[in-house]
Design a protein around this ligand. Structure first.
Ligand SMILES: C[S@@+](CC[C@H](N)C(=O)[O-])C[C@H]1O[C@@H](n2cnc3c(N)ncnc32)[C@H](O)[C@@H]1O
Length: 219
C-alpha cells in the first residue's frame, strides 16, 4: 500500500466529523489561530477557490451558520470539479443543521477554471469579500519543479483575486508549494497586506512540500 493510501489520524477524524477531506483541519487551525472568520460589520463575504470536494466550503458554511444570523454571511466557491454535495446536511460534532448548507442565497458555487475570465467575472461580481481562501492545487506530476511552478500560478491567481476583490482590512489564506519563485509571492503579499507570513498547519503531511501564505489586513 502506498503511503498516501493509509488513512491517518486527520483522515479518520474528517470522516467522523462529516467532512469529505482531511484538508479541513488546515483551515480550521488557521481560523482558530488568526481569527479568519470573525464577525464584523455588514454581511461577511468569503471566496473559496479550488473548493472541491468541499471540506473548506463546509467548514466555512458551518462556522458562518453558527456565528452569524441568516443573511449576515455569504460564500462564493469555485473548482474544476463538483462539490460532494451529500455532505451539505450531514450531522457533525453531534449537531445537525435544519437545512442543506449548500442550498440558498447565502451560497454560490461555479464549476470551472478560476483562471478563466468567465469564472473571474462571476466571482468578482459577487464581492467585495472579507476573506479569500485558496486550496487550489494542480494535479501533481511527480516532477517537483513542474508541480511547484503550477501551484505558484494558482496561488498567484488567488492573490490577484484578493487584490481585486478584497475589502480593505480583509484577509487572504492561500496554499503554495514551497520552491521556485514562492518567496516573490510572499513579498507581493507583504506589500499588499499589513502582515504577510508563511504558516504550515500541523495537519500538513510532514513529507509534503505544501505550505500556506497568509495576508492579514489588506491595505
Ligand atoms: C486540495 S484540493 C482542495 C480541497 C478543498 N479545499 C477541500 O477542503 O475539500 C485542490 C483543488 O484545486 C482544484 N483546482 C486546481 N486547479 C484549478 C483551477 N485552475 N480552477 C479551479 N480549481 C482548480 C482541483 O480541482 C482540486 O479540487
Amino acid at each position: 500500500m502506498a503511503r498516501y493510501e493509509k488513512p491517518d489520524y486527520w483522515t479518520l477524524r474528517a470522516k467522523k466529523e462529516g467532512y469529505p477531506a482531511r484538508s479541513v483541519y488546515k483551515l480550521k487551525e488557521a481560523d482558530e489561530k488568526f481569527g479568519l472568520l470573525k464577525p464584523g460589520g455588514g454581511v461577511f463575504r468569503v471566496l473559496d477557490l479550488g473548493a472541491a470536494p468541499g471540506s473548506w466550503t463546509l467548514y466555512v458554511l458551518r462556522t458562518l451558520a453558527s456565528r452569524f444570523q441568516n443573511g449576515r454571511a455569504f460564500l462564493a466557491a469555485a473548482d474544476l470539479a463538483p462539490l460532494s454535495r451529500e455532505y451539505g446536511n450531514r450531522e457533525y460534532n453531534g449537531h445537525v443543521h435544519g437545512r442543506d448548507l449548500f442550498e440558498g442565497d447565502h451560497f454560490f458555487f461555479m464549476q470551472g477554471d478560476i483562471t478563466s475570465q468567465a469564472v473571474r467575472d462571476a466571482l468578482v461580481s459577487r464581492g467585495p469579500y472579507d476573506l479569500v481562501i485558496s486550496d487550489a492545487a494542480p494535479a501533481t506530476t511527480g516532477n517537483r519543479s513542474v508541480d511547484t511552478f503550477r501551484s505558484l500560478e494558482l496561488a498567484g491567481t488567488a492573490a490577484d483575486y484578493a487584490a481585486s476583490s478584497l475589502r480593505p482590512g480583509g484577509n487572504l489564506f492561500v496554499k503554495v508549494f514551497q520552491g521556485g519563485d514562492a518567496p516573490a509571492l510572499l513579498k507581493k503579499i507583504r506589500e499588499q497586506f499589513t502582515t504577510g507570513k508563511s504558516f504550515k498547519p500541523a495537519s500538513c503531511r510532514s513529507e509534503s512540500f505544501e505550505t500556506y501564505y497568509l495576508g492579514l489586513g489588506k491595505k
